[in-house]
Ligand binder design. Structure first.
Ligand code: C5P
Length: 240
């Protein structure tokens, strides 16, 4: 039976007050919490540290993308928070990713556990038109995602953020142990919003995703805990 530890709830809230009410509702579920830019820029490192003190697994989703020296420094600062997972954009290239990993290692307190470091491939809100004609990357989204995943692996990172649809190709190219963290999850009938490359939670699990990032389908529900429990139950019925 699957528990909630492979579900990461995206706490995309304007501040501590709103986030705390959701976290309280989810307490005891064993869910992973994802803090992104909106909440981190408003609440700062103290809130993240508090979540860790309360025993939560935390993915700090700040998507660092800068020159290698700055990415390394950013990771060195973040390492002191003791979160479980942090990330960078694969589009920053190999030297940036290697520097980020070095910074993370340098900043991890002696005897502490290094946060997992994940590379963002293509955002799940990106479609082929955006990628080809706005960003200027030719080819299919899948080709780009797999190429980025290989680069992320070669740079010594632990896994990628991608759409669940791309997980089989990524696992084939990078191995079963290479982690896949997948946003763009919508329970059947839910609004896609700004996301483009989406699947249901059950499809994501069937496709081999390690962690399912779910935001609005839980955080905007009248009862977030109920929405989470429904998703866990649907997934458990797959017998995984
Ligand atoms: O509300 P929703 O389920 O669409 O939230 C998805 C979350 O995953 C958001 O916090 C978004 O920033 C994040 N994310 C994403 N696509 C990526 C990486 C992160 O949607 N490639």
């Amino acid at each position: 039976m699957m528990d909630a530890s492979r579900i990461m709830v995206a706490l995309d809230y304007p501040g501590v007050k709103e986030a705390s009410s959701c976290v309280q509702d989810l307490s005891g579920s064993g869910v992973y919490l994802k803090v992104g830019m909106q909440l981190y820029y408003a609440a700062g490192p103290a809130y993240v540290a508090a979540l860790k003190e309360n025993g939560y697994s935390v993915f700090l989703d700040l998507k660092v993308h800068d020159i290698p020296n700055t990415a390394s420094g950013a990771m060195q600062s973040l390492a002191s928070l003791g979160v479980d997972m942090v990330n960078v954009h694969a589009a920053g290239g190999r030297r940036m990713m290697e520097a980020a990993r070095e910074g993370l290692e340098k900043g991890t307190p002696a005897g502490g556990k290094r946060s997992l470091l994940i590379g963002v491939t293509q955002l799940t809100s990106t479609n082929i038109e955006t990628m080809n004609w706005e960003i200027g990357i030719p080819g299919s989204v899948e080709e780009c995602v797999v190429r980025y995943a290989q680069l992320v692996k070669d740079s010594g990172l632990d896994g990628v953020v991608a759409s669940p649809r791309e997980v089989p190709l990524i696992k084939q190219a990078c191995g079963a142990d290479f982690l896949t963290v997948t946003p763009g999850i919508r329970p059947a009938g839910a609004d896609a919003g700004d996301q483009q490359r989406i699947t249901t939670p059950e499809e994501a699990i069937k496709l081999g995703s390690d962690y399912l990032v779910i935001g609005r389908a839980i955080t905007q529900a009248a009862q977030p805990r109920q929405a989470l429990d429904d998703i866990v139950q649907q997934i458990s019925s797959l017998g995984v």
